[in-house]
Design a protein around this ligand. Structure first.
Ligand code: NCD
Ligand code: ZN
Length: 343
């Protein structure tokens, strides 16, 4: 199969940032995807429906007129989120989920939840109003090895959460381990997961190939090859619990190439082409549409898109860097060969 037409995909986990960076990165996503679940980890974070409405307007204002794209907004869960805010979110047309970050887990997560015990009433309200919970599933305890943070989160928290809130729809975001795949497969239908292109394409050797590779540093960290294989099997296997979420997270070159570099991989320039490569490599191109265009809207109870996109096998070079906001972003695959092209 050297070409394929699929329903236009959506990105169920995306960082768009704000201001000049938003302006620079938004066209990359909007060219490929009809909709995206937009992460709320701005500075300060998007914690209220009013802030989400204003952010949504800024995204729409930054959108080139020729591109058709709908941002799906999220709220950032904090220890102080109120049940009133959850009600307002559920009543709004544009807030589609609430995002849990453990405090200190990743970029701009200082306001994250310090203890899940603090948000039980809010989770009850989300369950009642059927508002999905998106989980950055890592523990941040200093004694836990950074490569084990996801597996320990599942053991310590996720098992209990899924049991205590049997009707709360949850997405374990950007899964990185075989443990997460097994957990989600075994869980009830209200538990799903997104998978990034970079976790499907790379194993942790990529962070150290010939030297330290800051542009392959993201959170949760990329894991061993056996985990990458488990993720690929889950993505291409056709199970509706798994769907596309790039976690494309732009940072400037200077912010990444630093003595304390930021976590985040920018994959938005050619995300659907990268996923196509994974599915083609696994002889499963016919299941790309389910993963990229059907399972996500079905889980979020939104209509599938009606237009289509066309991908064909063709080599091209990803630029070594992209100009953005007067600086540079180094994209995933920088300076290397891409195998698929979106028409
Ligand atoms: C994200 C970012 O930069 O906002 N970084 C990342 O490595 N994925 C935050 C996140 O999703 O953890
Ligand atoms: Zn993210």
């Amino acid at each position: 199969m050297d070409q394929i037409t699929i329903i236009r995909p959506d990105d169920w986990h995306l960082h768009l940032r704000d201001g000049a960076m938003l302006q620079a990165v938004l066209p990359d996503t909007a060219r490929q995807f009809a909709r995206a679940i937009v992460m709320p980890n701005l500075k300060p974070p998007v914690t209220t429906v009013a802030q989400a409405a204003a952010y949504r307007e800024r995204i729409l204002a930054a959108l080139p007129p020729a591109l058709d794209f709908t941002p799906l907004m999220t709220l950032y869960l904090t220890d102080n989120t109120t049940t009133d805010e959850i009600e307002r979110a559920a009543d709004s047309e544009f807030v589609h989920a609430v995002k849990y970050y453990p405090a200190g887990a990743t970029t701009n997560s200082d306001n994250g939840v310090t203890d899940l015990g603090h948000v039980q009433a809010v989770l009850e309200a989300m369950q009642k109003h059927d508002l999905p919970l998106l989980l950055h599933g890592e523990v941040t305890a200093a004694e836990i090895d950074v490569f084990d943070r996801e597996a320990v989160f599942i053991e310590r928290h996720l098992q209990r959460l899924t049991h205590d809130f049997p009707a709360l729809r949850m997405v374990l975001e950007h899964v990185t381990t075989a443990d997460a795949v097994q957990f989600v497969e075994a869980a009830e239908a209200h538990v799903a997961a997104t998978i990034t292109a970079h976790h499907l394409l790379l194993n942790r050797n990529a962070m150290f190939a010939g030297g330290l590779r800051p542009h392959h540093y993201c959170l949760p960290l990329i894991k061993r090859e056996q985990h990458r294989q488990a993720l690929a099997a889950a993505a291409v296997g056709g199970n509706p619990k798994f769907f596309l979420g790039t976690d494309s997270a732009p940072h400037t070159r200077t912010a990444k190439e630093s003595d304390c570099g930021c976590a985040g991989i920018y994959s938005a320039r050619a995300a659907i082409e990268l996923y196509a490569e994974v599915f083609a490599d696994n002889n499963a191109l016919q299941r790309l549409e389910g993963f990229a265009s059907c399972h996500g809207p079905d889980f979020y109870r939104l209509p599938r898109n009606t237009s289509t996109i066309h991908l064909r096998r063709e080599c091209w070079q990803m630029p070594p860097a992209l100009e953005a906001a007067g600086e540079q972003i180094v994209p995933l695959r920088a300076g290397a060969t891409m195998q698929w092209r979106l028409d």
